[in-house]
Design a protein around this ligand. Structure first.
Ligand code: NAD
Ligand code: DAU
Length: 348
């Protein structure tokens, strides 16, 4: 069936992989990428598909209600996959309101635009892409299930939890068809080097300190971004109305171990002596309210929608490092401008 799918945040890290997958895999769908191009949005991420006949870009802020209405009418939007967000926990600690604006108010604006434009709700879908951080922090045992109570701990996760609640409220109150997925930490090409993995790759390359918060004992569950995009495809097409699907990599790592793996891989790639990059590891002040552990139980999506990760972590990390080393101009472009200012204010 012909669809006109509005993907928000499509110039960002995960969004760019979702847009590329949908544009290439579904030539009958028209993909409208709506993105405000904040510091995290980058049209270079979409070079591969920018001239495709089933692709359109709209530079729009989800806080602009009139523009959202125009986009729905102009492109006769049939479905929404919503990824646009402020996504970095550290930035949410210094500027929580920016996260309330985009993640909460922006999401409600988008829900309102869909609710007003669509007439027969059963023919349309509003898909909200969310995070496992809404469930809070785990001790060393247990996993997040879809039934785990929300317990967000950072301004970022509180804003994402709030937006999830609004999406469910529109399902309950107005009967808008919705699905939500909550995913663990992603890594891979196009990720802005403020997040742990690309930040370390960039710093190792430039012989700069690798800032590890606290003792590096915090645990995250890592998933290769293309596997997340594959999961979003499956949830979009086969997810059930009103349901939540957890997405994860079954792949838990302590931060310090991840950083060591990156050092080892980079030593090999850069022809450095084994152990050289590890000397850059620097333990720094911990993140305020730092969540100890995230771990997803992804058996629901595995059993009900037949999705599982396709890449082993070692392979994913190798691909990621190769991508950053092979895309120097991308890295230089995104680390020019305000990046240095952010970096200095945050770390020095
Ligand atoms: P990102 O920061 O790389 O990209 C966000 C995109 O949204 C950027 O292109 C930015 O320009 C755009 N954007 C920001 N504010 C906007 C606004 N007001 N209007 C329009 N566009 C705006 O983020 P990401 O890491 O790709 O995350 C995408 C989504 O997935 C987010 O909703 C995030 O909460 C969620 N998520 C991320 C991860 C992860 O590990 N990165 C894991 C689970 C869920
Ligand atoms: O779990 C999903 C979430 O994963 C997403 O919803 C977020 O959008 C995404 O940013 C990510 O959040 P994290 O805070 O887990 O990711 P980040 O890469 O910022 O940090 C990963 C871990 O590494 C975390 O425990 C903090 C630590 N860290 C991070 C940075 C940037 C460091 O030790 N040093 C650093 O410099």
């Amino acid at each position: 069936m012909k669809k006109n799918i509005l993907i928000t945040g499509g110039a960002g890290f995960i969004g760019s992989h979702v847009v590329a997958l949908f544009v290439k895999k579904y030539p009958d769908y028209h993909i409208i990428n709506l993105d405000a191009l904040t510091y995290a949005g980058n049209l270079e991420n979409l070079k591969e598909i920018e001239n495709a006949s089933n692709y359109t870009f709209e530079k729009v802020d989800i806080l602009d209600e009139a523009e959202l209405t125009r986009v729905f009418h102009t492109h006769q939007v049939t479905d929404v996959i919503h990824l646009a967000a402020e996504s970095h926990v550290d930035r949410s600690i210094t500027d929580p309101l920016a996260f309330v604006r985009t993640n909460v108010i922006g999401t409600v604006n988008l829900l309102n635009a869909a609710k007003t434009y669509w007439k027969e709700y059963e023919k349309h879908l509003f898909y909200h892409v969310s995070t496992d951080e809404v469930y809070g922090s785990l001790d060393d045992g247990g996993f997040f299930l879809e039934t785990t109570s929300y317990d967000p701990q950072s301004p970022y996760s509180a804003s994402k939890a709030s937006s999830d609640h609004f999406v469910r409220a529109y399902n309950n109150t107005y009967k808008l068809r919705i699905v939500i997925s909550n995913c663990s930490n992603n890594y891979g090409p196009n990720q802005f080097p403020e997040k742990l993995i690309p930040l370390c790759i960039n710093n190792i390359k430039n012989n700069k300190p690798l800032p590890v918060y606290g003792k590096g004992e915090n645990i995250r569950d890592w998933l290769y971004v293309v596997d997340h995009a594959r999961a979003i495809d499956v949830v979009f097409h086969s997810g059930k109305n009103g349901e939540t699907y957890n997405i994860g990599g079954f792949n838990e790592w302590k931060n310090i171990d991840i950083v060591r793996v990156l050092c080892e891989v980079m030593d090999k790639k850069l022809g450095r002596e084994k152990g050289e990059s590890e000397k850059l590891i620097t333990f720094v002040k911990d993140r305020a309210g730092h969540d100890h552990r995230y771990a997803i139980d992804a058996s629901k999506i595995q059993k009900e929608l037949d999705w599982e990760p396709s890449l082993q972590f070692e392979e994913g990390i190798e691909k990621t490092v190769d991508w950053y080393l092979g895309n120097e101009t991308w890295l230089e472009n995104v680390t020019s401008g305000n990046y240095q200012k952010y970096y200095e204010e945050h770390y020095e």
